[in-house]
Design a protein around this ligand. Structure first.
Ligand SMILES: [Ca+2]
Length: 209
């Protein structure tokens, strides 16, 4: 029992130390994803002003991707405009619990400039979302894309690749949460019938902004 008092003291001292240091300089306006409890994506809204925390894999030719203003929310978003027909890729490995249900959301925007463009998203090695790929992608404003999957390993790779000529596809506010114990109105029946390979990716809704 003697230890509990010491522990409390250490906690109080730790809190005091944090308060003494203060919050430092204020960051830029956060992205909405930064405020989502349980989001395990780092630099989810690109508010570092770059691809920090993401691993980038530029297209071998015609690469054109970067982070710039104004963002879906916050101050920044990612622009994908590779011109060689090959995608620029960003990816992030996250710790996951096998058997747990995860919800993956992000916002996408297309300027609709033709002749072409493509967007693809992967969880580990499974494609869960594709746009374009030989078909022009129409213009649309910031649109919520929302999927769910069941993790099968302790580490899951979230990967997004895109190219676009002559305009850009924009990307912001990626949220990945373990929703295993979150009471959401999921209709889980589809998981029984729709299993393909290791994942059961399911598009839950597509809401024009
Ligand atoms: Ca942002």
């Amino acid at each position: 029992m003697a230890g509990s008092g010491d522990l409390m003291k250490k906690i109080v001292l730790a809190i005091a130390a944090v308060l003494a240091v203060g919050t430092g300089s204020a960051n830029a306006t956060p992205s909405s994803c930064d405020a989502v409890a349980g989001n395990i994506i780092q630099n989810c809204g690109f508010e570092s002003g770059d691809f920090s925390n993401w691993t980038t894999a530029p297209a071998s030719s015609g690469s054109l991707f970067y982070v710039d203003t104004p963002g879906h929310t916050g101050s920044f978003d990612a622009y994908f405009g590779a011109i060689g027909g090959l995608p620029d890729v960003i990816k992030q490995a996250v710790t996951t619990t096998p058997g747990h249900l995860y919800d993956l959301e992000f916002y996408l925007k297309s300027d609709g400039l033709t002749p072409n463009g493509a967007f693809v998203g992967y969880v580990s090695s499974a494609i869960f979302h594709q746009l374009g790929q030989g078909t022009d992608i129409a213009a649309f404003d910031w649109t919520l894309e929302d999927f769910s999957f069941t993790a099968t390993t302790n580490s899951t790779l979230i990967l997004f690749g895109a190219q676009d000529v002559p305009g850009y596809l924009q990307f912001d506010d990626i949220v990945l949460r373990d929703v295993t114990n979150v009471p959401e109105p999921f209709t889980l029946g589809i998981f029984g019938a729709g299993l393909v390979g290791a994942f059961a990716m399911r598009r839950r809704k597509h809401n024009p902004a």
